[in-house]
Design a protein around this ligand. Structure first.
Ligand code: DX5
Ligand code: ZN
Length: 218
């Protein structure tokens, strides 16, 4: 099994000190920075856009993992690539042509991800695995941090782990929503190798200890 990677979600950071927060979490051992982009339309909340991603990019070397919760997403893919995202993930429900969106993300030089909402079946990615570098299983309904982990999604993680193994492809399997030191072990047992954590990291007083705890528990 690949080593677990921890991706703190900036959504739970102190928005009055975002630059400091990015530097602090990178120094504390974060593997990636997860950036939640919300439009108040695809999800019932608004966060931030490519301008902020671009402003934060010079502050650290860790990969930027952009989770798009916007519809349509296609018109903004280039802006996030140019802002410095290494990973760009979107939801199949965000547009009519997931295959084309994934092609576009790769053509922009980024890794392409597909995000499955709690009600979205695994079949929605079965025919695009050749264009997918990351699969993200939502373990909450997207839109807000600090929600409770949906253990109903563990079977989906396990099924996707099998699908990835059968495909023989190098595809990361990420979990997002309610991930804590208590829920991380079940995610890991189901086959996840990237854990997104907002509240569990930025809500802690000691970021390094919080990241280490997630890593150790997983
Ligand atoms: C929810 C976002 C998550 C969120 C996770 O829509 O996609 O990335 O920030 O926050 P926690 O870890 O607090 O559930
Ligand atoms: Zn997210």
């Amino acid at each position: 099994m690949t080593p677990v990677r921890i991706a703190p979600s900036l959504l739970a950071a102190d928005f009055t000190r975002l630059g400091e927060e990015v530097r602090a979490v990178a120094a504390a051992g974060a593997d990636w920075l997860h950036l939640d982009i919300m439009d108040g339309h695809f999800v019932p909340n608004i966060s931030f856009g490519p301008g902020l991603v671009k402003a934060l990019r010079p502050l650290t070397d860790i990969p930027f993992d952009v989770h798009l919760m916007i519809a349509p997403a296609d018109p903004y893919l280039a802006a996030f690539a140019q802002a410095g995202a290494q990973w760009i993930s979107l939801h199949p429900e965000a547009g009519p042509h997931l295959h084309r969106s994934l092609q576009t993300i790769r053509a922009l030089g980024c890794k392409a991800g597909v995000v499955l909402n709690p009600a979205t079946p695994v079949e929605s990615v079965a025919h695009v695995l050749d264009l997918t570098d990351l699969l993200l299983v939502m373990t909450v309904n997207p839109g807000f941090g600090g929600q409770s982990f949906l253990s109903s999604q563990l079977d989906k993680i396990a099924t996707l782990r099998r699908m990835i193994a059968e495909s023989g492809r190098d595809i990361a399997l990420q979990v997002d929503g309610g991930v804590t030191a208590a829920t991380a072990p079940a995610c890991r047992r189901a086959g996840a190798d990237v854990l997104v954590a907002g509240t569990a990291v930025f809500g802690a007083t000691d970021y390094a200890a919080a990241i280490a705890a997630l890593r150790e528990e997983a």
